[in-house]
Design a protein around this ligand. Structure first.
Ligand SMILES: *Cc1c(COP(=O)(O)O)cnc(C)c1O
Length: 426
């Protein structure tokens, strides 16, 4: 029998729109030993994770936990649990992930209404309110940061509009949380979901979720009994949630004090999610957002100094990703392939109307770091020149380095992966 070697992935610097290179302490946490799902250690780890994510979301919501699956599992759990068949749902669309929300809401048998703005823009609050008055939805579902366009939709005024019209407010914060401000309670969110593989600095496969009391009340009224698990007398819901795996009521009972078995919590992903939040909170939520702001500003200055055009409304760009227009005459995919083959650096391609027109370059989580930004710019300059673009020698790197120098970034916590050192010491 031939020997099967252990898996040996190549060294990579993941500078695309996600997934990103995970914090080393997150990878270490994932290799920790397994315990049983009702082990006191597991119960404690689940409780701690809930408490840490309340801080990540800036919420007091009791109903704060993880859905086992990629970010999309969190979206689907929220939408199938909150939407009753026939409910009107309003989805403002400004990129690929808005279309995804509309599609999932449709599968949940909602009457879906969308409003759209061109890619590269965000949706004005006045336009959202006008649509709420016209459509009278029970739920507003929208994306905060859409990586397909790099735009960051302002959410701070939308909660008040929803409250005024009695509309539930859900946001997908997968791409934006931990790299841009997100305040679940202050902004009046009823439900929000995320994933680990963007600014939280982990692998994909776990979806943090938080739910307001109002959302929990709706979910409770629709939670189905699973025979053999619950005591008799629980069978009430007639318009029950049409998914077992994503019935948030049953998932709440698993995470809550009753600890009723539903799925088996994905232990290694729980360790990862807990460590992602711990890294964020050790460094400080605002410090981490500022680190993303700085790395993003440096990458933006760098690509502009290389003479590249930036796509979209830069004033509303997420801190953690930039879309650059591929210069005329440069073949996008072969150039990206050279970044990977010659430098081990991955940058992103694009979807839909932007396909073949822009690259997306991310600075997220562990890679929102000076050396990662400067290394990427050096490589990009070399590859662009090789592919026939005329780019100024050293211009991108110098412009980015200037931004870090002006911010005194060499001393900033986390700027050189200080968060990881803390993890190693723990
Ligand atoms: C990246 C991203 C996702 C990813 O979903 P997965 O199921 O984890 O692949 C979802 N929503 C938004 C807004 C994203 O940017």
């Amino acid at each position: 029998m031939t020997a099967i070697p252990p898996i040996e992935p190549p060294a990579r610097l993941l500078m695309g729109p996600g997934p990103i290179s995970a914090y080393p302490s997150v990878l270490r946490a994932m290799s920790s030993t397994l315990v049983g799902q009702y082990d006191p250690f597991m119960t404690q780890a689940m409780n701690e994770t809930q408490e840490l994510y309340r801080q990540v979301w800036a919420t007091d919501n009791d109903a704060t936990m993880l859905i086992d699956g990629t970010s999309r599992s969190g979206i689907e759990a929220a939408l199938v649990s909150l939407i009753r068949p026939g409910d009107r749902v309003l989805v403002p669309v400004f990129g690929r992930f808005g279309h995804l929300l509309a599609e999932i809401a449709e599968r949940a048998l909602a009457e879906v209404h969308t409003i759209e703005v061109p890619w590269g823009q965000v949706v004005p609050v006045s336009q959202i309110e006008e649509a709420i008055v016209r459509v009278k939805p029970t739920l507003l579902a929208l994306v905060q940061g859409d990586t397909s366009t790099t735009m960051n939709q302002p959410l701070d005024e939308i909660g008040a509009v929803c409250a005024k019209h009695g509309v539930l407010f859900y946001a997908d914060a997968t791409a934006s949380i931990a790299g841009n401000e997100f305040l679940a309670d202050e902004w009046g969110l009823d439900a929000a979901t995320a994933g680990l593989q963007k600014c939280l600095g982990g692998p994909s496969g776990s979806a943090p979720i938080t739910l307001s009391d109002r959302a929990v009340e709706i979910i409770r009224s629709r939670t189905r009994v699973e025979a053999g698990i619950r005591e008799a007398g629980d069978e009430s819901a007639s318009d029950f949630i049409r998914s077992n795996y994503f019935d948030l009521g049953m998932i709440l009972d698993y995470w809550g004090p009753r600890r009723l078995n539903h799925h088996t919590e994905a232990t290694s992903m729980l360790y990862a999610a807990r460590e992602c939040a711990a890294v964020l909170l050790r460094e400080g939520r605002d410090n981490v957002i500022n680190r993303h702001k700085l790395a993003g500003a440096a990458m933006l200055a760098g690509v502009q100094a290389l003479g590249l055009e930036v796509f979209g409304d830069v004033a509303h760009k997420m801190n953690n990703v930039v879309a650059v227009v591929i210069p005329e005459g440069v073949a996008g995919d072969p150039a990206r392939q050279d970044m990977l083959d010659d430098f081990g650096i991955e940058i992103g391609t694009s979807f839909g109307p932007l396909h073949g027109k822009v690259w997306r370059i991310g600075t997220m989580g562990y890679n929102a770091r000076k050396d990662a930004v400067l290394t990427t710019l050096v490589a990009l300059e070399a590859v662009l020149r090789r592919h026939g673009a005329s780019v100024p020698i050293g211009g991108g790197v110098e412009a980015a380095a200037d931004i870090f120098r002006a911010a005194g970034a060499s001393d900033a916590p986390g700027a050189t992966g200080a968060a990881d050192t803390a993890g190693a010491a723990a």
